[in-house]
Design a binder for this molecule. Structure first.
Ligand code: BTN
Length: 254
């Protein structure tokens, strides 16, 4: 596969001194690798792309499986020092959706959705390097529908349904520079300036949701920190991404 490593480097190096782009044919997980490097003290900003991951990871200890050629899997590692980290994954989602297609929805806290199916996922991890905080932003985007989707309750969505002919390098070219600009803006301002852009893509708005702690209610958007607002029997609850996962409640069987 031909990757636009040079074009991406030229766009991003002026924003992030010391930035490099690396494309690997295979690795366990781009997030795992950048966390290993951060723990070993490597603080320079890097965008690491893997054509194949043998142990891709998702949120909440889940795996992330992707067929070679059918997905874009990469991580961006960089020093980041926002005053408040809350809402970072939502801001990243806003950036990705904005770079890819106006019709892409966002499912709190950090999934990209298209027509009720998951299109992309985000896994953010941080490590301390000396007194600095280092962020690893991992992104997996389904590009082409995988050949088999056994074991998945709902088949995944693929970017080619929205952008016929797009491939993983083309998607990365659209995503990378705006993502870095988003992270630098977030570092300065936190989540609040992103809230309105999240809201217009919020697929949970007004829907009945079940929280993993058992609470149920109606999703009512996010606040200025990125917390999900859920109207429950006990009143309006603020839900933070570290506490719960959310899934739309299945329709009642009649
Ligand atoms: C999720 O939806 O649970 C998050 C999925 C994140 C997957 C990406 S693929 C590139 C990076 N490396 C990983 O092991 N995970 C992230």
């Amino acid at each position: 596969m031909r990757w636009p490593a040079e074009a991406i480097w030229e766009a991003i190096a002026p924003l992030l001194p010391g930035f490099t782009v690396e494309i690997l044919p295979e690795i366990d997980s781009t997030n795992t690798e950048l966390m290993r490097r951060a723990r070993a003290g490597q603080a320079e900003p890097v965008l690491l792309v893997a054509e194949t991951q043998t142990a891709g990871r998702g949120r909440l200890g889940r795996g992330w499986h992707s067929a070679p050629g059918a997905s874009l899997t990469f991580s961006l590692g960089l020093p980041l020092a926002p005053a408040d980290w809350s809402g970072l994954s939502l801001a990243v989602g806003v950036s990705l959706a904005g770079s890819l297609h106006p019709a892409i929805g966002l499912k709190w806290p950090n999934d990209l959705w298209w027509e009720q199916r998951k299109l992309a996922g985000i896994l953010i991890e941080t490590a301390a390097i000396g007194s600095q905080r280092h962020a690893v932003i991992g992104i997996g985007v389904n590009i082409a529908p995988p050949p088999t989707q056994e074991g998945l309750a709902t088949p995944a969505a693929a970017l080619r349904e929205l952008l016929p002919g797009i491939d993983a390098p083309g998607a990365l070219l659209k995503i990378a520079e705006p993502l870095v600009r988003t992270l630098l803006a977030f570092e300065q301002t936190g989540f609040s300036p992103f809230a309105a852009r999240f809201q217009v893509r919020d697929v949970l708005e007004g829907r009945e949701v079940v929280l993993s702690d058992g609470q149920q209610g109606t999703a009512r958007g996010v606040d200025e920190t990125g917390a999900l607002l859920v109207h429950t029997a006990a009143g309006l609850q603020r839900v933070t991404s570290s506490e719960v996962s959310v899934r739309p409640r299945p329709p009642l069987k009649t």
